[in-house]
Design a protein around this ligand. Sequence first.
Ligand code: NAP
Length: 256
Amino acid sequence: MVERPILLLGGTGEARSLAAQLDQAGHPVISSLAGRVRDPRLPVGEVRIGGFGGVDGLVRWIRVHDAAAVVDATHPFATTMTAHAATVAERMSLPLLRVRRPAWIPGPRDTWVPVPDMAAAAEHLAQQIAGGGSSRVFLTTGRQDVGVFADISDAWFLIRVVDPPTSDLPPHHEVLRSRGPYDLASERALLRSHRIDLLVTKNSGGDLTRAKLTAAAEAGIPVVMVQRPVEPAVGDTVDSVEAAVEWVTRQRRSTV
Ligand code: NAP
């Protein structure tokens, strides 16, 4: 009997690692990438690239490929894809799992200003600047979120992105193109050489990009931290690739 495939919504290191482990265990998986990054790191196994065309497109894709379950291992801030997956899983009565790396938690040396979203981060920053506070900002929010800072003209921004931003940018900035992981020594050096006095980031979690927070804490630099969005109340959630493998294995057993 041909096993029905699992649709693995990816774009993260966890998704690549999960694809490799499921492939190794003999579970048929089709990984899906949004196609945002020019030169993506591809997971092993079958891969499709590009949006599905909203909820209806995702329903069609799942029907055509007879997917048995959806594993949403997208980035914690990929809220639209996550919402679509939840809607479709509920509508089609499909098992759904979200794989979410744990959020970062501030330590005793961290000075974080938690904000609910990117607009609130920009607002906080504008207030800081108006009050004579920060003026040299390290922005690691991802290129899709840079546009909300475009009107802030009284600060200088170091904007670190994988691919160049396409939105408007603040008038005073430098775009630094690079892809993690980043180590502590280079993050320390980056903050020092650019005389950064504020870091704006989002609570992505994980070890690959954590070093900037340690470097900021050491240097007494405050961090405007955009909090994680609320997850849909549909399906299951795990916080590790190992737990996701177990979930898939259990699903397989229950459908044999
Ligand atoms: P998003 O805002 O939640 O998604 C926007 C649209 O992109 C979705 O409606 C969907 O298009 C398409 N899409 C997103 N993820 C997809 C996937 N894995 N496979 C196929 N289509 C997908 O997502 P995003 O923030 O643009 O993120 C896009 C991708 O980059 C995700 O795979 C995510 O894991 C990865 N990523 C995101 C961030 C971040 O900070 N947001 C950071 C690192 C990596 P349709 O409606 O046409 O299906």
